[in-house]
Design a protein around this ligand. Structure first.
Ligand code: MG
Ligand code: ZN
Length: 437
C-alpha cells in the first residue's frame, strides 16, 4: 500500500476547517423570508417531476424549476423514543423553531416546553406573517409555525390560537389562505366572524380572493382540505400559486418585511395513498408556487426563498418489478385523481364514465376488477384504480407511511449559500433566526 487509508471517522467536526468566518460566508440581514415546504416531497418526487415534465422517452431531460436552485440536503429524523421516522408535526416544529422534538408535537421541544417559531419571531421584530397551504390551515405543518400544542389533533384549539394569540398586541398571522371552514365556522365559535370584526378581510372562493383589497386576510376555500390541483374548479378554489401571489401582495406592504410559509400539503397525502396521479398534481401546484416566490425575489437583494420537504412519503420509486421503464405518459393521460373518479363511478354506477377521466386503454381484466368494486365501498374503487395506474405507469411504493431518507433543499436569494451541503432540519430554522437579527 502506497497510501495510508483515511478513515471516514477521522473527519469529526472539530478537525474540519471552519468556513463560518470566511468573508464570502458571512450572514447578511434579510428583510423577507419565503419558506416553501412540500410535505412528503422526497428526492423520488422531485426526480419524478422531471420525468413527468419530459414528454418523450428520448433526449435530455430538461431540469425542473427546483433543479436550478438545488443547494443541499437535510436529515429529517425526530427525537422520539418510540420512532426514528418523523411525522409532519415534529419535522414542522424542527423547521419552525430549530428544535427537533417527538412525533405529534407542535411548537414544543422534546421536554414539552414551548419554543418560539420563526414566524413568531418575525412578528416580534415587526414583520408581517403569512400561512398558505392546501390542507386545512390548522393542520400540522402550518400549525407548527404558529401554535404550541402537545398534540397536532387539537384542531379547534389551534384555530382559536390563530385569532386569540397576540405578539406585541398584534395578531400573530396577517394572511391565512387554505382550507378549513369546518374548523373556523363552528357551533361553539365563529372565528370567521371574529376575524372579520377584528379587521380581516374574508374570501371563500377564487373570485373573492382576487377582489379583496384588505391588507389582513383570511381565505378558506373548502370545509377541510382543498381538492387536489387536478380536481379544482378555477373559479371556486385558487391554486397554490394564486394564494402565494395574494399573500405576497399583502405582506410586502410592510416596510420591515415579512415571513411567509407556503405548504404543498397534499403531496404527502397522495404519498400515503400511493397515488402517483395525486402526487404529480400536487407537485405541479407546488412548483408553480415556488415560481411565484422566485419571481418576487428575482430582482431584489433583501429576500431569501427556500423550498424543502419535511420528510418523504410512501417510498415512491421510479419504476418497479425490473421493468426499466417508468411511464409518466400514463399519469399525464389521467385528468382526475382516483378518489374523484371513484366517487363519480359510485354516484352514477356507470363504468363507462371512466373514459371521461382517463385516456388509458384498460384490459378486460381491469374493467372487471373495477366493476366488482362498485358493489363495495368508494375506497375500494379508489384503491383498485390506484393499483391499475401504478401497474401501467410502473410506479413502485414500499409503505403507506413516511420514510427516513434525507430530503432536498432549494434556495435562492440573500444568504442562499448558508443552506448548502448536508444539515439537520432544525438548522434551517436556526439559520433563519440568525438572518432576521
Ligand atoms: Mg403538512
Ligand atoms: Zn404524512
Amino acid at each position: 500500500m502506497l497510501h495510508s487509508t483515511v478513515q471516514v471517522s477521522d473527519f469529526s467536526l472539530n478537525t474540519m476547517p471552519s468556513m463560518l468566518n470566511h468573508p464570502f460566508n458571512r450572514m447578511k440581514k434579510v428583510k423577507n423570508i419565503i419558506l416553501l415546504i412540500g410535505d412528503g416531497m422526497g428526492f423520488s418526487y422531485t426526480t419524478g417531476l422531471r420525468y413527468f415534465n419530459h414528454d418523450s422517452r428520448l433526449g435530455l431531460m430538461k431540469p425542473t424549476l427546483f433543479d436550478h436552485y438545488f443547494v443541499g440536503t437535510q436529515s429529517t429524523y425526530s427525537l422520539d423514543a418510540k420512532s426514528n421516522i418523523t411525522d409532519s408535526a415534529a419535522a414542522g416544529t424542527a423547521l419552525a423553531t430549530g428544535y427537533k422534538t417527538y412525533n405529534g408535537a407542535l411548537g414544543l421541544n422534546s421536554e414539552k416546553q414551548a419554543v418560539p417559531s420563526i414566524l413568531e419571531y418575525a412578528k416580534f421584530r415587526g414583520k408581517s406573517t403569512g400561512l398558505v397551504g392546501t390542507s386545512q390551515i390548522n393542520h400540522a405543518t402550518l400549525a407548527a409555525f404558529a401554535t404550541h400544542h402537545e398534540s397536532r389533533e387539537n384542531y379547534h384549539e389551534i384555530a382559536d390560537d390563530y385569532l386569540d394569540e397576540r405578539i406585541n398586541g398584534e395578531h400573530k398571522i396577517d394572511v391565512m389562505l387554505g382550507g378549513g371552514t369546518s374548523y373556523f365556522s363552528r357551533n361553539d365559535r365563529n372565528l370567521v366572524e371574529e376575524f372579520r370584526k377584528s379587521g380581516f378581510g374574508y374570501a371563500a372562493n377564487s373570485i373573492e380572493l382576487l377582489a379583496d383589497r384588505n391588507e389582513k386576510l383570511l381565505g378558506l376555500f373548502a370545509p377541510i382540505e382543498l381538492p387536489k390541483h387536478l380536481d379544482r374548479y378555477a373559479t371556486t378554489v385558487p391554486s397554490l400559486s394564486q394564494m402565494t401571489k395574494a399573500a405576497i401582495k399583502r405582506l410586502q406592504q410592510n416596510q420591515d418585511g415579512f415571513f411567509l410559509l407556503v405548504e404543498g400539503s397534499q403531496i404527502d397525502w397522495a404519498g400515503h395513498d400511493n397515488d402517483i396521479v395525486g402526487a404529480m398534481s400536487e407537485l405541479k401546484d407546488f412548483e408553480s408556487a415556488f415560481h411565484v416566490a422566485i419571481q418576487f425575489a428575482l430582482d431584489r437583494d433583501d429576500t431569501i426563498v427556500i423550498a424543502t420537504a419535511d420528510h418523504s412519503t410512501g417510498g415512491m420509486s421510479i419504476d418497479r418489478n425490473d421493468n426499466y421503464k417508468w411511464d409518466p405518459a400514463v399519469i399525464r393521460s389521467i385528468k382526475s385523481t382516483p378518489a374523484v373518479i371513484a366517487a363519480d363511478l359510485h354516484k352514477t354506477k356507470e363504468l363507462s364514465r371512466i373514459t371521461r377521466h382517463m385516456h388509458l386503454s384498460l384490459h378486460q381484466e381491469d374493467w372487471k376488477t373495477i366493476q366488482t368494486t362498485l358493489e363495495m365501498e368508494v375506497g375500494d374503487t379508489k384503491q383498485a384504480l390506484i393499483n391499475i395506474i401504478n401497474h401501467y405507469s410502473s410506479t413502485g411504493w414500499t409503505t403507506k407511511g413516511h420514510t427516513g431518507e434525507d430530503v432536498p433543499i432549494y434556495a435562492y436569494g440573500l444568504n442562499k449559500h448558508k443552506f448548502s451541503g448536508r444539515m439537520e432540519n432544525s438548522d434551517i430554522a436556526k439559520l433563519l433566526f440568525e438572518m432576521i437579527d
